[in-house]
Design a protein around this ligand. Structure first.
Ligand code: ADP
Ligand code: MN
Ligand code: MN
Ligand code: MN
Length: 346
């Protein structure tokens, strides 16, 4: 038997953005455990804004499992928070009730800032560094500093070793700003991986004395870019059938559901989606081929393949909850009839 270090990870009850929380328990297993072998656990909900009435115990239900490459015999255990009965989802537990479909694929582009001493990494104590321009995908000390690349490389290795579908990294437009991409099949699969990747990044940077600033517009109304989490999505129907007519119906439904999308695309998005810095105004829906100033960007490949493939919703922001983002995208898609599919099924 081996003693495993199980890091139970969950989202707390803070609004509008939950925080990641975690704690460790040691359990013996003959080999690396399966999800089914992991016991439910509990925590003090009164310390995480999750206490209900007089009883402060909440239940942790393991829902996704990854090896923890930073620890010998370690595991990262993504959990849902349940009521004391163990079966009723806590009100803060959004994951339990989202729409999911393993044939719906999601690629999230998570942007964020490294922060040190209350300002973006690489910013001088007073004033600003040279204006934006050379930082995006930049190389060299004056563009990316001396430590950021080491961190993003370590984070990449941690994610890959944990079995996360990490797809790439790039330095972003603002100094101290970076991005990683995660791909997953199904809302929960993709979103669990974003949350674990966020967790790994925050834990990794502790030892550097650096924090991750997830806010979508940390530098306010300035000429510095904000942070998004573009959501690239495709369903089986979009990939295999598609067509211009279906695409236009889909976009019309996205337009009708504008406010439902904005409601879950992350807080303070009006400060980021201003129409400047490669964004579309938050309160006006638009789409365009290869248009980075649109709400939804239609890749060239999509048009060239007969309106088949994936689309990029550029509105979700860096603090958005990927569970709710993916679910809302699926909800809007589900409201558009797919005539051809119905014929096939009949
Ligand atoms: P950008 O040009 O917007 O910066 P990125 O290369 O950063 O694009 O991200 C593209 C994202 O699209 C990746 O996360 C990738 O996984 C995702 N993606 C690619 N193909 C599909 C698909 N068929 N369905 C859903 N997402 C996809
Ligand atoms: Mn990108
Ligand atoms: Mn980007
Ligand atoms: Mn993008």
């Amino acid at each position: 038997m081996t003693k495993y270090k199980l890091e139970y990870i969950w989202l707390d009850g803070y609004t509008p953005v939950p925080n990641l929380r975690s704690k460790t328990q040691i359990k013996e297993f003959a080999e690396f455990p399966t999800l089914e072998q992991l016991p439910y656990w509990g925590f003090d909900g009164s310390s995480t804004l999750q206490a209900e009435g007089r009883s402060s115990d909440c239940v942790l239900k393991p829902v996704a499992l990854f090896p923890d490459p930073a620890r010998t015999n370690g595991a990262l255990v993504m959990c849902e928070v349940m009521m004391p009965d163990g079966v009723t989802p806590h009100v803060s537990n959004k994951r339990a009730t989202i729409l999911d479909d393993e044939d719906a694929w999601f690629g999230f582009e998570q942007e964020y800032f490294f922060y040190k001493d209350g300002r973006p990494l690489g910013f001088p104590e007073h004033g600003y560094p040279a204006p934006q321009g050379p930082y995006y995908t930049g190389v060299g000390f004056k563009n990316v500093g001396d430590i950021a690349r080491q961190i993003v490389e370590e984070h990449l290795d941690l994610c890959l070793a944990a079995g996360i579908n990490h797809e790439g990294i790039n330095a972003e437009v603002a100094k101290g700003q970076w991005e990683f991409q995660i791909f997953g099949k199904g809302s929960r699969t993709a979103a669990d991986q974003i949350w674990i990747a966020r967790y790994l990044l925050m834990r990794l940077t502790e030892k550097y004395g650096i924090d991750i600033e997830w806010h979508c517009k940390p530098l306010g109304d300035t000429d510095w870019n904000g942070s998004g989490m573009h959501c690239n999505f495709s369903t089986r129907y979009m990939r295999e059938v598609g067509g211009r007519e279906y695409f236009e119906s889909l976009m019309a439904q996205f337009e009708r559901n504008l406010m439902d999308h904005i409601a879950v695309y992350g807080p303070d998005n009006d400060k980021r989606l201003t129409g400047k810095h490669e964004t579309a105004p938050w309160n006006k829906f638009s789409y365009g081929v290869a248009d980075r100033g649109a709400s939804i960007r239609v890749p060239h490949s999509f048009v060239n393949n007969g309106f088949r493939g994936y689309l990029e919703d550029r509105r979700p922001n860096s603090q958005g909850d990927p569970y709710q983002i993916a679910s809302q995208v699926l909800k809007t898609i589900s409201e558009v009839p797919v005539e051809a599919m119905k014929k096939v099924a009949a």
